[in-house]
Design a protein around this ligand. Structure first.
Ligand SMILES: Nc1ncnc2c1ncn2[C@@H]1O[C@H](COP(=O)(O)OP(=O)(O)OP(=O)(O)O)[C@@H](O)[C@H]1O
Ligand SMILES: [Mg+2]
Length: 180
């Protein structure tokens, strides 16, 4: 019952966030956010899900602080979406969450890597469409909104999401912020 309630709540929250973005009513709460703290707290939420599937889960932090002037809740939600996807679509191996300074020391790159099913080159561009779930994903829980919402939130924060993936080997999603 609790699991179902959590899923419903997260679906409702995704839908509410999307509706707010579409209506231009989302308000960002900008502050200096230390990516180390943010990633540590998101990891604490998802690490048990990885452990329950017997997957490795590690966090790689750079030297020095990576600080972004951004909305903490929105950025957490993006990373949470990417990390739950990584766990959902991986059966063997593990997940790494990597924080890095941006190119030239400005901005930041937050990366979620998995050793899961991977995504065909032809499918990669479609992933951000709402309600899209690739063949094979439809048996799993979800509604195909996570990436659509994450991409919208990233754009609102001045960032973008890049994908690199090889079918059968795994995927890597990078949220990149140029100079916030
Ligand atoms: N790390 C990944 N590895 C392989 N396929 C992925 C990965 N992340 C996303 N996908 C594919 O992209 C689709 C869309 O992802 P998205 O997060 O938007 O939806 P979902 O996870 O299926 O549902 P929801 O996020 O709404 O719970 C997934 O259904 C899956 O087919
Ligand atoms: Mg998802």
């Amino acid at each position: 019952v609790q699991t179902s309630a959590r899923h419903l709540l997260s679906l409702i929250n995704d839908l509410l966030d999307l509706a707010k973005i579409e209506a231009g009513k989302i308000s960002l709460d900008l502050e200096d956010v230390n990516c180390r703290d943010l990633i540590t707290s998101v990891s604490a939420t998802v690490a048990p899900l990885a452990a329950a599937k017997g997957l490795a889960f590690d966090v790689v932090l750079p030297e020095g602080d990576v600080v972004l002037h951004t909305d903490r809740r929105a950025l957490s939600q993006i990373v949470l979406n990417l990390a739950s996807n990584a766990i959902k679509f991986t059966e063997r191996g593990g997940i790494s969450v990597v924080v890095a300074h941006g190119d030239g020391g400005r901005g930041a790159a937050l990366q979620v890597r998995d050793t899961g099913v991977g995504i065909d080159a032809g499918d990669q561009a479609k992933l951000f469409e709402p309600f899209l779930q690739l063949e094979g994903a439809r048996r799993r829980e979800g509604s195909g909104l996570g990436l659509h919402l994450s991409q919208k939130l990233a754009a609102l924060l001045g960032g973008r999401i890049e994908i690199s993936s090889e079918p059968g080997k795994g995927s890597c999603f990078t949220v990149r912020f140029e100079d916030t």
